[in-house]
Every structure is written in structure tokens, then in C-alpha cells.
Ligand binder design. Structure first.
Ligand SMILES: *[C@@H]1O[C@H](CO)[C@@H](O)[C@H](O)[C@H]1NC(C)=O
Ligand SMILES: *[C@@H]1O[C@H](CO)[C@@H](O)[C@H](O)[C@H]1NC(C)=O
Ligand SMILES: *[C@@H]1O[C@H](CO)[C@@H](O)[C@H](O)[C@H]1NC(C)=O
Ligand SMILES: *[C@@H]1O[C@H](CO)[C@@H](O)[C@H](O)[C@H]1NC(C)=O
Ligand SMILES: *[C@@H]1O[C@H](CO)[C@@H](O)[C@H](O)[C@H]1NC(C)=O
Ligand SMILES: *[C@@H]1O[C@H](CO)[C@@H](O)[C@H](O)[C@H]1NC(C)=O
Ligand SMILES: *[C@@H]1O[C@H](CO)[C@@H](O)[C@H](O)[C@H]1NC(C)=O
Length: 788
């Protein structure tokens, strides 16, 4: 989730970046910190925003590492403490003032990220090369992530002698998987399964450069050239020829994948991060040893690896290849005369295995080999190849089908039998064998299906078109202001000074006029928005203060923060943090500023989160009563924040008057307002539904300059939804995920149902927007527009 919202943010920045583009000083100072979610930021980005160091989603929590942040398909390239359990969202990563980089996640012990720095850290930096470096006070690099590769090497990074890359559990799961790639001291670059000795019988790929001396390294250049250098700097082996695009439009990444094959990937930054494999160590998916667990063998079906159990064996864990297979009977005793278990010998042909036979007979026939194993109580399998019979004990390892190899694995298979049948040699084991095949094939196919699903979902992320321009994250001074401060009471004279006698008017809302001002808070000069309330009821000091206390206690990242207030004579003013990017309506309805789809989805979720907090999570439930896109402000990171909450109570009792500005249309106002029915949180849900539709379509809820049937947004959207033409409500030139679009539209339609009780709660809305729960088809509102 964080990854995704992060992406949304990153891509959101792009649309107004030219205004603020400037080289970012990527120095991370002591005292900086990161958290996975909610408050603060989750990553320190490199100056261009291409790489980030920080939290990435891992399992049901977060891991820490360096990732390619500048492409939609966020790829983790380095991980710290890779096999440690994921940390919860409450964790934080701190560059402490005494010069340590630690991961704090109480009650667990603090974990050092930079483990072997002998000196104190003075600063750190995420470089545009993907290297995360830390400096001492002399500005020397004392530690860098490039020295500790995990799965990947990047341009300019080396894999030096003695170092190893380890695959991950899966593409999305970073802990150590089951394969490794080692740059050996003998000059050879070799792939092995994990937990095996560095010897030839275990290797499944090698550069064949042994004997080229110590200190040979694997290198990756800017043009995608992957090659090996010896200690005197001579190129001793090209793995590929290189010569690919070497501009900064393309970046390269070499990675040992979870399937054991190592590949060179290119990411086209000018094509939305389009990733392709431009070289791989092998095209044989079955080459990596250990891909299929014990007692199973790998079969390449349409360039996908499938694992098949030996005859008479069944998977230990259904669907988990690496767990291998076990006998479908207990072989405690091999005595075949007790009348319960009989044996037969079944075969797996054209397969190769690790050879660990205990007895070898040459110049024999297959039948003799069968019999030899059958009659030997210790023999559980035999390999027959070219007149040679090798008796083996289980388990059999590293099996794979190789049609060019005539080796046959002969397996002793037990069959239950109540009568003493004569011993039989089953040379036609096809039934049982065939069934296992089918089972495995089904598992295989469903896995492939799942993989495709994952691909489709990740494909949906590659929607944002402008990815490679960034805005800087909030600076430290902004972080300080996030500290909890109760709203401060100001005198009117102070307000006059603050706003330079109400010089700069920045807006007019239903509650009053808004002015820009500056104020010193906690020793920092802060730009603020000062709202002068016009229509407020004659409340006593106590009620007003009470209301201010409630609002002041309402802290959420999707709510505009109240910094202070003034209650001086007849003057009632509120001081809010200033939102540099104006209101959501400014952003949505100004074509040049229009956020891309992915950002809009995130904005919708931001608003939903803010509203959910008001309705269900803060101390006193707050019904906003005036949710509309003008009341939703955009901060410097493009995050949406709800403003004007809690003000409804301060207004004159005749609240409906507030909404006369949109008379004649339904606008944002729930029908119950017109019907003088009790107003509940569901009125906000209604207004949210309208805002949601505006966010989806980037147009106002009512626009009479459009054709009649399009003028009222909710009617038009509903018609298009009914007609099965949801795609038409967004611009033709816009790339959207149509499934997600439909989902959002349906959520919107649920929210704007006439009957308040039928509308979902904000919690439900958020779950639906996040795709966590199924969304039913909205009820057919025959009286959909009857209440206008
Ligand atoms: C970045 O900021 C640090 C500390 O604020 C300063 O020492 C360094 O010179 C700055 N670097 C650049 C390139 O501005
Ligand atoms: C390999 O490099 C290490 C450290 O850089 C050095 O100590 C060693 O002498 C080198 N060995 C050879 C054979 O060059
Ligand atoms: C590196 O390779 C070059 C060319 O093959 C060779 O002349 C040189 O001796 C090698 N260096 C070492 C340390 O083996
Ligand atoms: C790399 O990017 C920078 C900034 O976007 C640009 O000025 C420069 O020309 C680019 N270099 C190459 C080789 O494309
Ligand atoms: C990515 O690039 C490949 C070829 O390099 C191309 O076939 C494919 O269509 C591209 N995909 C996208 C989404 O641009
Ligand atoms: C084990 O599987 C084989 C087929 O692979 C079957 O013929 C045999 O009856 C099974 N034995 C038991 C004990 O289930
Ligand atoms: C598959 O089995 C192996 C070995 O038993 C285990 O380590 C691994 O976590 C399992 N993988 C999955 C996806 O369950």
C-alpha cells in the first residue's frame, strides 16, 4: 500500500514540477528519520528521484532497502537485514544525532543498518546511481550499499571476488531464496543452490573463467555491458556485448531472479519505465538445480518450469515446488512378504539426477537393473543408463527431464494389497504416473494463472505517464511543524500584524474570507491561511473555545491543521497551515494541473481517509457538512487534506442557508438537507460521492456549458454506467485502469444513493476504494433523480 501511495505521490509531483524544479540537495542530515506510513516520509530519494532508500512493503509489514522509485514497477535493488522479520508500520528509521543509522521498532531491539562503520556517521546520501552512502565528518564515504550487493548489481557496481548474490523468495518477497551467484576467488563466476558447497556437482551455470586469478570481478557498464575483469583490469570475459542505449533514458540492472536465472534488465525511463530482459544466463527454466525439491524433476512445458513427482510420490506441500515430494506409503520395512505392502518398479525416463549411488553394476540390462534394485532392501531407486545400473537411496535430487539423455530413473513403488499377489514388474506405470502429471499440471497452470494476474495488476501501475520528474519532499522545517501543538489563541492585533492588515485575500468560502499571513511558531516563520468567520452564531467564549479544542485535537494527515484562533470582541478568526497547492477544485478543473489517474485514485483515498477519521476515529465525531472540492486542499506533496471541518457547529443554527450557493442543483448537498430530515454522517458520504465523481472525471458536478445530458455529473455518470460505457467518462486521451475506474464509479454511485441508510460508511468506502472488499452492484435506483 505504501509503495503504491508513494508511487502515486511521486507521479503526482510531476505535473506541477516545472514550477519548483531545482537540483535537490540529497544530503540526509543527522536527526532525519523515516516511517513506513502516515506521518512523515517513507523514503529518502536520490536527487532525480530515481532511487529511494527507505521502507518498502514486505509481507504484512515493511522492509528497509534501496529501490528503484522512479518507475511504476518499483523494484527493490538492495535490502538491509534481508532475512529479519518485516517491521510494523510503527517502525522508524533514524539517522541519530550521535551518528548511527538504526531501525527502531519497539519492543524489538534497535537494528543497525550500517553495521560495520567504524566511524560516526555525519551525513548520508541516496545517490542517483542507486548507491546509498554514508559519510564521516571529513565527508569521506565510510559505508555504501554498493559494497554489499544482495540480489542485484547496478550500473557502475561490481561483484568482486568472494561476493555472492542471492535470489529472493519471489519477485515481491525479498528474503533470501534458494539460489546464489558467486564470484569465486578462482576467477570463476558460478551459480549454485544455496546451502551447497562451492563444488562442481552443485553448480548449474559457470562463466568458465576459473584459473583467471584472484580478484576477478563482474562489472556492469552504462551501456548494459556485462563483463568480467581480472585484477589487472583486463577484460577476460564478456557475458554480453553491451552497446545498448547508454543515455540516461535507460538504466540497467543485473539480478539473480527467484527462479535461479540471472538476467540483465533494462528500464526505459522515457517509456514509463518499460522493463525488458536484454540478456539472461540461460533460457532453460529447468537449469537451476533445486528448483524442484527432493524426489521431483523439472519439465520445461512451454518455457515454464513444472515439477513432477517421481512415480509413487506425492507433493509434500501442494503447489510448493521447492518442498519436493514424498512417498505415498511408509517404507519402514521393506519386507514384501508380510502381505500388506508389495512393490513394483516404475520408471521416469529421460531424466538426469544428482548421482549419489552406493553401488554400481556395469554391462547390465534394464531388466537386470530392475531386479537388482527390487531384491535389495536398501535400494529405493536405481539409475539405468547405457548398460550401467547405479543403486540409490532416497532422496533423489536435482532431477530434470532431458530428452537428449537416455538415463532412466527406476523407482521402487509400494502398492497396498491384502492378498499375496505375485511380485510384478510394472513396466507400464503410465496410469499412476499420468495422474501425478495431471495434478502437477493443474497446479502448474493455476500458478501460471496467478502469475498472470499479478502481472496484470502490476501492469495497472504503469499508468502514470509522467514519471521521471520530481518534486522535493518536504524539508526538515516542515517536519518540525508536524509536532503536535495545541491551537494557540491570538489577539486581533496579532492577527492584523500577521496578515499585514488583511492585505492578501486568497479565497472566499462559505464560512468567510481567507487571507494569507505569516507568523512565528516555535521559532520558525510559517505561512498561514487566516480565515475570518462571517456568519457565526453568537456563541459564548466557552463554546467557541470548546469547539477550538475539539478541532485542535483533530490531527490527521488528511486534515488541514488548525494552528490557532482568535476570539477577540466580535472577531472570530481561525489560523490554518497554508496549503501551497490550492484546492482540489483548482487542481482538478485546471487542465494544465490535472493529476494523472493514479494520482487521482490516491487523492480520492486521501479524502476518504480524512473523512473516515472525522466520522469514526477522532474523539468527538465530527460531521463535516460541507464536503466539496473547494474545501479539500492540496499540500506541497500533492496530498489532499480536508479543511473547514468542525465549523458547521459554529455557524448559525439555520445551517441550510450555508448551502444556498448551489441551489437548483443537487450539487454536493445530500437530499436529506432539502427534506429537513436529520442529518447524519451519511450526508458527508453523499458529498464525498459527488467529489469522488469529480475526481474521476476532472469536471465540476454541475456544468451547464456541456450538453444537457452531460450537465449534471451524477446523472451522466449513472447513464454511462448503465449503458456499460464507463470508459467514456474520462477523457479519451487518458490512460486509466478500466477495472479500477469502474470500481471507483460504483463506489461513487453507492455514496450518492438517495436513502442515507443505504449509503456505505466511510470505512466501507475506503475499503472499497482500496480494493480490499468486494463491491456489490449498486441498487437500481429507479427513483434515482426523482428528488431533484
Ligand atoms: C547540501 O547540504 C549540506 C548541509 O546542509 C551542505 O553541506 C552541502 O554543501 C550541500 N550540498 C549541495 C550540493 O548543495
Ligand atoms: C585482491 O584484492 C585484495 C584487496 O583489494 C588485495 O589485498 C589482494 O592482494 C588482491 N589479490 C590479488 C591476487 O591481486
Ligand atoms: C589479466 O589478463 C591479462 C590478459 O589476459 C593477462 O596478461 C594478465 O596477466 C592477467 N592478470 C592477472 C593478474 O592474471
Ligand atoms: C541526462 O539528463 C540530464 C537532465 O535531465 C540532461 O541534461 C542530460 O543531457 C542527460 N544526459 C544524457 C547523456 O542524455
Ligand atoms: C516495452 O518494450 C517492448 C520492446 O522493447 C515493447 O514490445 C513493449 O510494447 C513495450 N511496452 C510498453 C508498455 O511500452
Ligand atoms: C502410490 O502411488 C502409486 C501410483 O503412483 C499407486 O499405484 C499406489 O497404489 C500408491 N500407494 C499407496 C500406498 O497409496
Ligand atoms: C515451500 O516449501 C519450502 C520448504 O518446505 C519452504 O521453505 C517455503 O517457504 C515454501 N514456500 C511457500 C511459498 O510456501
Amino acid at each position: 500500500m505504501v509503495a503504491i501511495s508513494f508511487l502515486f505521490l511521486v507521479c503526482f509531483f510531476s505535473f506541477h514540477l516545472h514550477a519548483v524544479a531545482q537540483p535537490r540537495n540529497s544530503t540526509i542530515r543527522l536527526g532525519s528519520s523515516l516511517t513506513p506510513t502516515t506521518t512523515g516520509k517513507s523514503a529518502w530519494l536520490s536527487p532525480s528521484g530515481l532511487y529511494g532508500f527507505g521502507f518498502y512493503p514486505q509481507g504484512n509489514g515493511y522492509g528497509v532497502g534501496v529501490f528503484l522509485a522512479g518507475v511504476p514497477q518499483r523494484t527493490v535493488v538492495w535490502t538491509a537485514n534481508r532475512d529479519a522479520p518485516p517491521v510494523p508500520r510503527t517502525a522508524s528509521l533514524v539517522l541519530t544525532t550521535d551518528g548511527r543509522l538504526i531501525l527502531q521498532s519497539p519492543p524489538r531491539r534497535d537494528v543497525y543498518i550500517v553495521t560495520d562503520a567504524s566511524q560516526k556517521i555525519a551525513a548520508a546520501s541516496m545517490l542517483d546511481t542507486g548507491n546509498f552512502v554514508v559519510f564521516n565528518s571529513d565527508e569521506d564515504i565510510i559505508w555504501q550499499s554498493f559494497q554489499y550487493p544482495t540480489t542485484s548489481i547496478l550500473q557502475g557496481q561490481h561483484l568482486s571476488a568472494g561476493m555472492e548474490l542471492f535470489s529472493s523468495v519471489s519477485e515481491t518477497d525479498q528474503p533470501t531464496g534458494i539460489f546464489r551467484l558467486k564470484m569465486q576467488h578462482d576467477g570463476n563466476l558460478v551459480q549454485y543452490p544455496v546451502d551447497t558447497p562451492d563444488t562442481a556437482p552443485y553448480s548449474y551455470w559457470s562463466s568458465f573463467t576459473d584459473g583467471k586469478g584472484d580478484n576477478v570481478s563482474l562489472n556492469l557498464d552504462n551501456d548494459g555491458h556485462l563483463y568480467m575483469l581480472n585484477s589487472t583490469g583486463f577484460n577476460i570475459k564478456d557475458l554480453n556485448t553491451g552497446g545498448y542505449d547508454d543515455t540516461n533514458r535507460t538504466i540497467y540492472l543485473m539480478k539473480i531472479d527467484s527462479d535461479g536465472i540471472f538476467r540483465l534488465y533494462s528500464y526505459r525511463l522515457d517509456r514509463n519505465g518499460n522493463r525488458s530482459v536484454i540478456w539472461s544466463s540461460t533460457s532453460d527454466k529447468c537449469a537451476p538445480k533445486g528448483l524442484c525439491g527432493l524426489n521431483s524433476y523439472c519439465v520445461d512445458v512451454d518455457r515454464e518450469a513444472n515439477c513432477i513427482c517421481l512415480p509413487g510420490f506425492a507433493p509434500v506441500i501442494e503447489g510448493n515446488f521447492t518442498a519436493g515430494c514424498e512417498r505415498n506409503f511408509s517404507s519402514d520395512s521393506c519386507k514384501s512378504d508380510d502381505g500388506t505392502i508389495q512393490y513394483t518398479i516404475q520408471a521416469a525416463e529421460n531424466t538426469v539426477w544428482e548421482d549419489n549411488g552406493y553401488s554400481e553394476v556395469t554391462s547390465t540390462t534394464r531388466e537386470e537393473c530392475d531386479t537388482a534394485c527390487y531384491e535389495d532392501c536398501n535400494c529405493e531407486a536405481a539409475m539405468f543408463n547405457d548398460g550401467k545400473c547405479t543403486k540409490q537411496r532416497l532422496p533423489l535430487r536435482y532431477g530434470r527431464r532431458d530428452l537428449s539423455n537416455s538415463n532412466i530413473a527406476l523407482i521402487k513403488v509400494g502398492i497396498y494389497s491384502s492378498i499375496n499377489e505375485p511380485r510384478k514388474h510394472a513396466d507400464e506405470p503410465k496410469d499412476g504416473n499420468g495422474k501425478v502429471h495431471t495434478d502437477i499440471l493443474i497446479i502448474g497452470l493455476s500458478l501460471i494463472g496467478f502469475a498472470i494476474m499479478v502481472l496484470v495488476i502490476s501492469g495497472a501501475l504503469i499508468l502514470c505517464s509522467r514519471v521521471f520528474r520530481y518534486k522535493r519532499f518536504s524539508t526538515d522545517s516542515n517536519i518540525r511543524l508536524c509536532e503536535i501543538v495545541a491551537p494557540i489563541s491570538f489577539s486581533f492585533a496579532e492577527i492584523v500584524a500577521m496578515t499585514d492588515n488583511f492585505q492578501e485575500e486568497i479565497g472566499k468560502g462559505s464560512f468567510g474570507t481567507v487571507f494569507k499571513g505569516t507568523v512565528m511558531l516555535n521559532g520558525l516563520t510559517k505561512v498561514v491561511a487566516v480565515k475570518r468567520l462571517d456568519n457565526i452564531s453568537n456563541q459564548g467564549e466557552r463554546e467557541f473555545q470548546n469547539e477550538m479544542r475539539i478541532i485542535g485535537r483533530t490531527h490527521h494527515r488528511n486534515l488541514v491543521r488548525l494552528l490557532g484562533y482568535c476570539h477577540d470582541g466580535a472577531n472570530r478568526l481561525l489560523i490554518y497551515e497554508y496549503m501551497i497547492n490550492g484546492s482540489l477544485s483548482d487542481v482538478l478543473f485546471t487542465p494544465e494541473r490535472r493529476p494523472c489517474w493514479i494520482d487521482r485514485v490516491e487523492i480520492a483515498r486521501d479524502v476518504a481517509r480524512g473523512l473516515l477519521y472525522l466520522h469514526e476515529e477522532c474523539e468527538t465525531q465530527i460531521i463535516h457538512c460541507d464536503i466539496k472540492s473547494q474545501n479539500i486542499l492540496m499540500d506541497e506533496n500533492g496530498e489532499a487534506k480536508i479543511s473547514d471541518f468542525g465549523l458547521a457547529k459554529l455557524l448559525k443554527p439555520d445551517q441550510t442557508k450555508t448551502f444556498t450557493g448551489i441551489r437548483g442543483t443537487r450539487g454536493y448537498v445530500a437530499p436529506e438537507w432539502h427534506r429537513k430530515l436529520p442529518v447524519t454522517v451519511k450526508a458527508d458520504v453523499y458529498s464525498f460521492g459527488i467529489v469522488l465523481l469529480e475526481i474521476i472525471c476532472c469536471r465540476r458536478s454541475v456544468n451547464w456549458s456541456l450538453k444537457d445530458e452531460e450537465a449534471v455529473l451524477e446523472e451522466w455518470v449513472y447513464d454511462r454506467y448503465q449503458a456499460g460505457e464507463v470508459g467514456k467518462i474520462v477523457g479519451e486521451d487518458e490512460e486509466v485502469d478500466i477495472k479500477q475506474l469502474e470500481r471507483m464509479v460504483i463506489v461513487g454511485l453507492w455514496c450518492i444513493l438517495d436513502e442515507p441508510t443505504l449509503r456505505p460508511s466511510m470505512k466501507k468506502v475506503l475499503l472499497m476504494l482500496e480494493g480490499t472488499v468486494e463491491i456489490p452492484i449498486p441498487p437500481c435506483p429507479t427513483s434515482f433523480f426523482s428528488s431533484i
